[in-house]
Design a protein around this ligand. Structure first.
Ligand code: G3H
Ligand code: 13P
Ligand code: ZN
Ligand code: NA
Length: 310
């Protein structure tokens, strides 16, 4: 069934695991993710960005997710990723989503509270849940490139006031993750601020925390892409053991997009390089979809620990 994330997060918090939130943009991506989740019986969050809605159209995505639910029988939450303003959140709430993110992280603390509360009031009146964000991720977020040095981590002393004043259902925090495939500079040792996560956890007991920018940038797929004509030098992500650690803590939702892009692109590049005479999209999209399934299954079972929890 189509569900909110409320029950998923409650069980994840208590069971010391996390739910995978995967970005979806087309049918093959949805099918790859859902067939992995079906095989290991994991609950799922499928998330749609403004860019995904622009690319595929709202109704195509919601109908594909509807099909995925019917086909899999899994509990699936349909979530708006990085809602920039009230209007896009309202449009998704009215258009069948069960969860939205209002990303007010680049506003002042006070403006973030005001905007987030406005979305929460509307969403809750329709039975939809809301994710807010405090602190800014390094990397590219909302077309603003925040460099690692200027990234502002979440300030733990703001989280109680933010949550109580807005009424959000979950909170995304910045502890050193970032969007995209280049999360750390070459030679830089990947690090996350677990001290901040621990402090947030202490101040918000039993409250679900969200990590964005949590792809591992799986080296296997980067290597295939580079081997078959791509050029992704120094692509580097979050080490899996750190995500495993975070999943055991208050983190209940882990966002993954880049790893799906890399898996899919690796599949297409490899297939086309090895079969230069082929031109039927089904031929190269099939291994691409299979790669998505493999990478998602690995995450569900070996990183997030949400297999068998559907
Ligand atoms: O947060 C970024 C997600 O990876 C979505 O990316 O806005 O290009 O669809 P997008
Ligand atoms: P990645 O770029 O690390 O996959 O992060 C995705 C994300 O945070 C979507 O909101
Ligand atoms: Zn994000
Ligand atoms: Na957890």
């Amino acid at each position: 069934p189509l569900v909110t994330s409320t029950e998923m997060f409650k069980k994840a918090y208590e069971g010391h695991y996390a739910i995978g939130a995967f970005n979806v943009n087309n049918m093959e991506i949805i099918q790859g993710i859902v067939s992995a989740a079906k095989e290991v019986q994991a609950p799922l969050i499928l998330q749609v960005s403004a860019g995904a809605r622009k690319y595929a159209n709202h109704v195509y995505l919601t109908k594909l997710v509807e099909a995925a639910i019917e086909d899999s029988g899994l509990p699936i939450c349909l979530h708006l990723d990085h809602g920039a303003d009230f209007e896009i959140c309202k449009s998704c709430i009215d258009g069948g989503f069960t969860s939205v993110m209002i990303d007010g992280s680049h506003h002042s603390f006070e403006d973030n509270i005001e905007l987030t509360k406005r979305v929460v009031d509307y969403a809750h009146s329709k039975g939809v849940v809301v994710e807010g964000e405090l602190g800014q991720l390094a990397g590219i977020e909302d077309d603003v490139n925040v460099s690692a040095e200027n990234a502002s981590y979440t300030q733990p002393d703001q989280v109680e006031e933010f949550v109580s004043k807005t009424g959000v259902d979950s909170l995304a925090i910045a502890i050193g993750t970032s969007h995209g495939a280049f999360k750390f500079k070459p030679g830089q040792k990947p690090q996350l601020r677990f001290d901040i996560l621990k402090e947030v956890e202490k101040r918000l007991p039993n409250f679900p925390i969200v990590l964005h920018g949590a792809s591992s940038v799986v080296p296997k797929y980067v290597d295939i892409i580079n081997k078959y004509g791509g050029n992704l030098d120094n692509a580097i992500g979050i080490p899996e053991d750190m995500l495993r650690e975070a999943s055991k803590m208050a983190v209940c939702k882990i966002n993954i997009d880049s790893d799906l892009r890399l898996a899919m692109t690796a599949g297409v590049r490899e297939y086309l390089a090895l079969h230069p005479e082929h031109f039927d999209p089904r031929q190269y999209l099939k291994p691409a979809r299979e790669n998505i399934k493999d990478v998602v299954k690995h995450k569900l079972v070996h990183v997030l620990g949400c297999d068998g929890k559907a």
